[in-house]
Write a protein that binds this ligand. Structure first.
Ligand code: FE2
Length: 154
C-alpha cells in the first residue's frame, strides 16, 4: 500500500495476530493506515484492510511513513492498526520504529503509548525467506523488514 515512486524507501511489514495464550487468530481482520512519506494522510490511499490467513499471518509492502506535526512537535513515524475478530476485543494500536527521536516523552500525543517497548519494533534487512515473500507481492527492491504481532484479548 502507499506506493510512490520506485526510488522511495520501501519496507516489508509482516505480522501474526495472536491471542493472549500465543495461539494465532486465523481470519482476523487487520486494518492498517499511515501517512505517506511526506507525513500526509489520504482517504483513498495508504489505508488497507487484510484478512489474516489460517496461521493468523498477514504481510504487506509500504513506504516508510513520514512524520507529521501535532501542535509544535513531530509525532514519531507510525502505522495505525485496528484488529478485529469474532469473540475478541477490538485492538486499536500503533506500530513505531526504533531510533526515532520523537518517541515517548517527545511524542506530542499523550495517549499514543509511543514509549511502550512492545509497540517499538526494529527495522532489519530482509532474510532469504523474506525476499521470497516480498517477490510474491512486488517487483521492485525492498530492503527493510519490520515485524509486529498484534495480541487480542477477550
Ligand atoms: Fe497517525
Amino acid at each position: 500500500m502507499c506506493l510512490g515512486t520506485s526510488d522511495d524507501d520501501y519496507m516489508f511489514v509482516k505480522g501474526t495476530v495472536y491471542d493472549v495464550h500465543c495461539h494465532p487468530v486465523h481470519g482476523a481482520s487487520v486494518e492498517v493506515w499511515q501517512a505517506d512519506k511526506t507525513g500526509l494522510y489520504y482517504h483513498d490511499r495508504c489505508r488497507v484492510q487484510f484478512t489474516a490467513d489460517r496461521q493468523g499471518k498477514f504481510s504487506f509492502v509500504t513506504t516508510l511513513p513520514g512524520k507529521y506535526l501535532l501542535g509544535y512537535y513531530y509525532r514519531p513515524a507510525h502505522i495505525h492498526y485496528r484488529v478485529t475478530a469474532p469473540g475478541y476485543r477490538e485492538v486499536v494500536t500503533q506500530l513505531y520504529f526504533t531510533h526515532d527521536d520523537s518517541l515517548g516523552a517527545n511524542d506530542p500525543c499523550d495517549t499514543c503509548n509511543s514509549g511502550s517497548a512492545e509497540l517499538i519494533m526494529d527495522v532489519r534487512a530482509p532474510t532469504a525467506d523474506d525476499l521470497v515473500q516480498i517477490a510474491q507481492l512486488v517487483t521492485f527492491p525492498v530492503n527493510k523488514v519490520v515485524e509486529f504481532n498484534p495480541v487480542m484479548g477477550h
